[in-house]
Design a protein around this ligand. Structure first.
Ligand code: ADP
Ligand code: MG
Length: 473
């Protein structure tokens, strides 16, 4: 028998809920819920999205159960119907049962949690893709340092979404071209597929938008719907999501929705997924579904090519000597390299001086004082680590699995990764042929231990000091 009073019963429940949660949280999370029916003490609620369901489960379940048991009776039952179509007029397709007597067990997930249908009549919106027109493939010089990421990017721009590189996860240190490459893919897609909705957003901006959406009442649904309607989502600096579970959760749902609908995701990050701390495992595992590509520091040849390209674009003529000097002196990253060129130009123009190697030397000396320092090698690191722990280099490089020895090796790998320009494979090779996965794993272990073990952190800091490294992180 259908109880015609379902609206009244639910209204009473809402009153209590509102009392408990306050106006703002009530409006955000409970107002959008629609009561569908009440039959034989079974209440069915229409929930706007899977994300809502999870949030309610996580935050308000005990309140909801006690209110329902009070208003309907101790044997009250609850069903969620999650609306997976972005149109309020479509009926809720899938039901899941929530066992109120057992609130600690999570409610089952809808099998068709994500729906790729586009609601009929929903107008496609105009979205400003937020792309910098200078960040094209043409302007992104190819080199060993970006070969994998760049060629995957070119292929993605031909065929976004349905390819083996979804998501594309680009990682690398600052100033190595992550933002440029990610945007180049966006620009490439827009050129070849103008109908695709492309959006570039920094993780920070996404986070702010999410926080605002939660704060300003019913905006959350709009926020989720907006992101779920994008064809190509470029999210820059995803490490910013660390320790922000709410944002991660929202992004997780958007990621799932887009990925399952064959939409393209491009993510950038300042470190590889294994070294990302403070991110949920379910999100991290998704980052590895597609292709992970590292951008490394450019070699001399690439640095020279970048300088030449930049000069010709800006209409500047520099002598080969000056170009050679800059390309050899500035090895840290492309941003510094460009910076030196600009400062050189500015000085020469302002002071009416010719651009000579001398001038370049004076200016870059002021810009990058550390460049004079001798480059740190794995040999030096390994030697200092051995000295510090009183190990001979035979023991250090032996296959021994004794904890002190393997920890010493891990510290050496970590320092190599932090402070040298060696690739993972080169670092591994200097330690008796460790694989690149071992090196990555060791770096993570060291980072973890530095967080949890004071003595261990002291070891690492001491060795850093003995290497004359400036550490303020
Ligand atoms: P990241 O996001 O990794 O910190 P950016 O993408 O902002 O680095 O790059 C820093 C600067 O270096 C930008 O001006 C970018 O255009 C330039 N740049 C980086 N890599 C290249 C490259 N391979 N070719 C040309 N310019 C590059
Ligand atoms: Mg960037």
């Amino acid at each position: 028998m259908t109880d015609q009073n379902h609206k009244q019963v639910w209204a009473k429940c809402l009153e209590i809920i509102k009392d408990n949660l306050g106006e703002s949280r009530y409006s955000t999370w409970f107002k959008p819920i629609e009561v569908i029916s009440l039959e034989d003490k079974t209440l069915t609620l229409g929930i706007p999205s899977e994300f809502f369901k999870e949030y309610i489960e996580e935050h308000f379940l005990s309140l909801l159960s006690s209110v329902l048991q009070r208003e309907i009776g101790p044997d009250a039952k609850l069903y969620y119907q999650v609306n997976t179509v972005q149109d309020a007029s479509v009926t809720y397709p899938q039901k899941t049962y929530r066992d109120l007597s057992n609130p600690t067990i999570p409610a089952p997930v809808n099998p068709d949690e994500v729906d790729s249908r586009v609601a009929p009549g929903l107008r496609r919106m105009e979205v400003n893709p937020n792309l910098n027109p200078n960040y094209t493939f043409e302007n992104f010089i190819q080199g060993e340092c970006n070969l994998l990421g760049r060629s995957a990017g070119v292929q993605i721009s031909e065929k976004p979404g349905n390819n083996a590189f979804n998501p594309l996860f680009l990682f690398g240190g600052p100033g190595l071209g992550k933002t440029h490459l990610a945007q180049a893919i966006g620009i490439g897609i827009k050129e070849k597929h103008p109908e695709k909705v492309v959006l570039y957003v920094s993780a920070n901006k996404f986070q702010t938008q999410y926080v605002d959406a939660v704060k300003f009442k019913n905006k959350l649904n709009d926020f989720l719907h907006f992101y779920q309607s994008i064809d190509v989502l470029i999210l820059d600096d995803v490490q910013e999501f660390a320790e922000k579970p709410g944002t991660q959760n929202a992004f997780f749902h958007i990621f799932n929705h887009l990925h399952m609908s064959g939409k393209q995701l491009i993510l950038t990050c300042d470190r590889p997924p294994v070294e990302l701390q403070g991110l949920e495992a379910r999100l991290l595992s998704r980052f590895k579904w597609g292709l992970t590509a590292e951008l490394t520091k450019p070699d001399y040849k690439t640095r020279l090519a970048i300088l030449k390209a930049k000069c010709s674009r800006e209409g500047i003529a520099l002598s080969e000597d000056v170009l050679h000097y800059l390309a050899s002196a500035i090895t840290s990253n492309v941003r510094e390299l460009e910076g030196s060129l600009i400062s050189l130009m500015a000085n020469a123009t302002l002071m009416h001086r010719p651009i000579t190697v001398e001038l370049a030397r004076t200016l870059t000396g002021a810009l990058v004082p550390t460049e004079e320092k001798e480059e740190l090698t794995m040999d030096t690191i390994n030697e200092k680590v051995c000295q510090y722990f009183g190990l001979t280099s035979e023991t250090f490089l032996s296959a021994s699995r004794k904890r002190e020895i393997s920890q010493a090796r891990q510290i050496a790998m970590y320092l190599g990764r932090q402070y040298t320009e060696q690739s993972l494979a080169e670092i591994g090779a200097s330690l008796g042929g460790k694989t690149h996965a071992t090196v990555l794993h060791s770096c993570k272990t060291v980072r973890d231990l530095m967080h949890t073990d004071d003595l261990f952190r002291t070891y690492v800091r001491d060795i850093e000091k003995s290497l004359h490294l400036n550490t303020n992180n």
